[in-house]
Ligand binder design. Structure first.
Ligand code: SAM
Ligand code: SF4
Ligand code: F3S
Length: 471
């Protein structure tokens, strides 16, 4: 596919801004002050999309509420990665029949990854007649036009056509606070891990122009953002779809040249494409946090093959060893799936032994959830859920012990943290993150919010560190 086919032309995006203006004028003519409730589920990429939806809504004149009952427009921005997440969304959609009964003018919208699944959009068409608008991630950029259609025609609008996907630059964004920001550097996924729905709902990999990414990061740093996370399903394949010989490590190195006091993180990183060049670049670049999220999913080679992950346990271990050799003190996290179809107890224990061997700072752990349409969902899955739960609990026990031990080693040390929020806890009223993204509950004054400070670590548990601002 040629670049020009991937990029949405500027004129088409300008046209969307006109639709936003039309919606704004519609409300102004009624002297109405519309409220929107945007509820986002799923990964950071979806959070970033939710912030763009909010950006577009703000241009249309909407203010925001957390209360669906008082909203003129309710948006569920959904995730399809596990069955449980989908069930919750259907539950929430069902509950919205009540808010709509109280306010028949309320517009209800389902978007995000679930909306892109034909199975879901058909079910919504059939059984959730109160939903006015359904659009998948591919149609995000034309949200203003779709919403305008709903207001104009009062008919239900579905924009869920399957496609490889596009790139739309310059969509306005509402960021949550002045400290942390998400920057998508690429969209889609080509990896087709056999359990995963993401490639089906997010299309093929397409990388943003490095100049566009650099300009966005520059702007964020100038606006005072201090913790910037670059996003992609597999940032390590950044640039593969572009003509230039320019990869993710090159992008990191160039971002690092932007002057200022800030940290750059990234996620996720697929082990099959992680390179020594990437780790060397991380080690060298002072703005790049010495933190790596490197999902391994399983510690057993047969299961890894069935998952279509394209690396072995030994290769994964070598990567970690190299990364640690060039970045001593590296904070390492990972994703793990227990109970892949056909996984035996011994194979699940291989996963646990790798966790034990490598000592991760934290893990995101999941019990396998079949996703209709993926290859793994067709495989026989004879192990009962209760058995998988036992293996899962054992995994958590091992990991929790590691996390607690790693955290305990911080006690008595002074670390630099970024104060990024309030905690609601009287004794430790501030929340902060270390360079490695470990949570620190902090004693100190609110005036420290948004600043890097040195903190003396005084206590710890499995999930957090506790400390006092110094000086
Ligand atoms: N692209 C990222 C990567 O490859 O590391 C991961 C994206 S996925 C949204 C986040 C995590 O969800 C995966 O790493 C995997 O552990 C988990 N996951 C994905 N599909 C799953 C499924 N069907 N059942 C359980 N966990 C799943
Ligand atoms: Fe899913 Fe694999 Fe792509 Fe990650 S790399 S989004 S786990 S298919
Ligand atoms: Fe993310 Fe869920 Fe979609 S994890 S990419 S929101 S399926």
């Amino acid at each position: 596919m040629e670049r020009k086919d991937v990029q949405i032309p500027a004129e088409a995006l300008a046209r969307q801004r006109e639709f936003s203006g039309q919606i704004r004028r519609l409300f102004e003519s009624r002297q109405a002050h519309p409220l929107a409730c945007v509820d986002t589920f799923g990964c950071q990429q979806n959070v970033a999309d939710g912030q763009k939806i909010q950006g577009m809504l703000r241009e249309m004149g909407f203010a925001f509420t957390q209360e669906p009952g008082e909203a003129d427009l309710v948006i569920l921005n959904t995730c399809a990665v596990r069955e449980h997440a989908e069930q919750r969304v259907f539950g929430n959609l069902g509950a919205l029949t009540h808010t709509k009964k109280d306010n028949p003018e309320q517009v209800i919208c389902l978007c995000g990854c679930m909306a892109q699944e034909a199975r879901v959009s058909e079910r919504v068409k059939r059984s959730y007649p109160h939903v006015n608008l359904v659009f998948g991630p591919h149609a995000l950029w034309k949200f203003p036009e779709l919403l305008w259609q709903v207001y104009q025609t009062r008919k239900r609008v579905f924009s869920v056509a399957e496609e490889d996907g596009t790139i739309a630059e310059g969509i306005p964004t509402v960021r949550e606070d002045g400290v942390k920001a998400w920057v998508s550097i690429m969209y889609g996924c080509n990896n087709f891990c056999s359990y995963c729905i993401v490639p089906y709902v997010r299309g093929r990999e397409r990388s943003r122009d490095p100049q566009a990414v650099l300009a966005e990061v520059k702007e964020l740093v100038a606006a005072g953002y201090k913790d910037i996370t670059l996003l992609g399903q597999n940032v390590n394949s950044y640039g593969n779809d572009r003509e230039e010989d320019y990869d993710f490590a090159d992008l990191l190195a160039e971002i690092d040249q932007i002057p200022g006091e800030y940290l750059i993180r990234f996620m996720s990183s697929h082990p099959k494409d992680a390179t020594k060049k990437l780790f060397d670049t991380m080690a060298r670049c002072s703005h790049v946090a010495k933190q790596l999220h490197l999902p391994f999913q399983s510690g057993n080679d047969r299961v890894l093959r069935e998952m279509n992950r394209r690396y072995t346990r030994a290769q994964y271990r070598e990567l970690v060893e190299y990364a640690r050799s060039v970045m001593p003190g590296l904070v390492l996290t990972s994703d793990v799936i227990i109970g892949f179809p056909g996984e035996t107890e011994a194979e699940a224990m291989d996963t646990i032994s790798l966790v034990d061997e490598l000592g991760f700072d934290a893990l995101f752990t999941f019990i396998y959830s079949p996703r209709p349409g993926t290859r793994a969902a067709e495989l026989p899955d004879p192990v009962p859920r209760a058995e998988k739960q036992k293996w899962f609990d054992r995994l958590l026990e091992v990991q929790n012990a590691h996390s607690a031990q790693i955290h305990a080693a911080y006690v008595g040390k002074t670390v630099r943290v970024l104060v990024d929020g309030e905690s609601g806890d009287e004794e430790y009223p501030l929340a902060a993150r270390t360079e490695g993204n470990r949570l620190v509950r902090l004693q100190g004054d609110k005036s420290l919010l948004g600043q890097f400070v040195n903190v003396r670590i005084t206590g710890s548990n499995t999930w957090a560190l506790y400390g006092r601002a110094e000086g």
